[in-house]
Design a protein around this ligand. Structure first.
Ligand SMILES: Nc1ncnc2c1ncn2[C@@H]1O[C@H](COP(=O)(O)OP(=O)(O)O)[C@@H](O)[C@H]1O
Ligand SMILES: [Mg+2]
Length: 297
């Protein structure tokens, strides 16, 4: 999940897509490359014993040793946490790049490979404004998904990703662009979406795969999610269980602290994106897997 711009939904998307896929039986791994580690808030492990602030990831890179994910942050969902310790990752990479040139970018792929096997999907949450960490992720990944907001800033981040993408393919020729997801869209206007499609096409040299599904703008439920460490589909369940506003009013329990009822719609949007993601992966990966199987027969 890449976009050089912050605030375009990378973290919200990886957390919710991995969360919903894990809840429906797919084994998922999430790797957090962010110093701020908003993922820890979204999944609710900030500052508890699982939150190593990126130490494990940094140590694996230093030693070239396999990653050791925190298991079952949700059933079926494992995480390699990010955090403040990742501040040391950039200078480390800079010195390695001086020694071994761009080959040094293979390190994430190398420490991920030994643990990746049991997972159906591995998500990497990329940081904004960090070409080095983005290159690290793009060298390890198979597919790029690029969230974007319908504003000029989001489009700038996109162009930068296009450049890093082209460079990363020299080391990782299998890297492909799966698509772009519109995030926090207020308008369902076809006109706006057509402009976004054009911008994606410009950034990636002609192809413009824009997901049909998008995530609606819903600020209050996003705040509930991050404050409570719950994913949209988990809030959806709690919203359904909360007493009607008029009961709360009648009983004098007040309406403060109530969860935003938009969570259900947002959870539905993430579900649609997750289904589209899996469908796309099936279409693009199954023929390749078949060819490989035939070649080894
Ligand atoms: N559906 C939504 N509508 C509006 N704002 C949202 C929505 N979902 C999340 N947000 C907010 O958008 C901000 C950026 O989201 P985030 O996923 O952290 O982006 P990034 O990882 O690209 O920086 C966060 O403050 C988050 O609470
Ligand atoms: Mg983020």
């Amino acid at each position: 999940m890449v976009n050089d711009k912050g605030g375009v939904g990378k973290t919200s998307l990886v957390a919710n897509l991995a969360g919903q896929l894990a809840a429906s039986g797919y084994r998922c791994l999430l790797i957090d490359l962010n110093r701020q580690a908003n993922l820890a808030d979204d999944l609710g492990y900030r500052d508890d014993q699982r939150d190593d602030q990126g130490t494990g990831l940094l140590m694996s890179v230093i030693a070239g040793a396999a990653l050791e994910p925190v298991t079952d942050v949700r059933p079926g969902l494992d995480v390699v946490p990010g955090g403040a310790r990742l501040a040391d990752l950039v200078p480390l990479m800079v010195s390695r790049l001086q020694e071994r040139d761009r080959e040094a970018f293979r390190v994430l792929a190398d420490i991920l490979a030994p643990v990746a096997e049991p997972y159906d999907v591995v998500f990497i949450d990329c940081p904004p404004e960090s070409p080095i960490l983005t290159d690290l992720a793009l060298t390890a990944a198979r597919w790029v998904v690029m969230p974007t907001k319908s504003d000029a800033g989001g489009l700038v981040g996109m162009r930068l990703v296009g450049e890093r993408f082209a460079l990363a393919r020299e080391l990782n020729p299998d890297l492909g662009l799966l698509g772009s997801v519109l995030f926090a869209t207020g308008s369902r206007s076809v006109q706006v979406h057509a402009e976004d499609r054009g911008a994606v096409a410009n950034a990636f040299g002609g192809r413009s795969p824009l997901f049909a599904a998008s995530i609606r703008h819903a600020e209050r439920s996003a705040q509930d999610a991050r404050r409570l460490g719950k994913l949209a589909h988990e809030l959806e369940v709690e919203v359904a269980a909360q007493p009607a506003w008029w009961t709360a009013l009648r009983d004098g329990t007040g309406t403060g602290g109530r969860l935003s009822t938009t969570a259900a719609g947002v959870a539905g949007d993430y579900r649609d994106v997750a289904v589209e993601l899996l469908t796309l992966l099936r279409t693009v990966e199954e023929p390749a897997a078949k060819t490989r199987a035939e070649a080894t027969r």
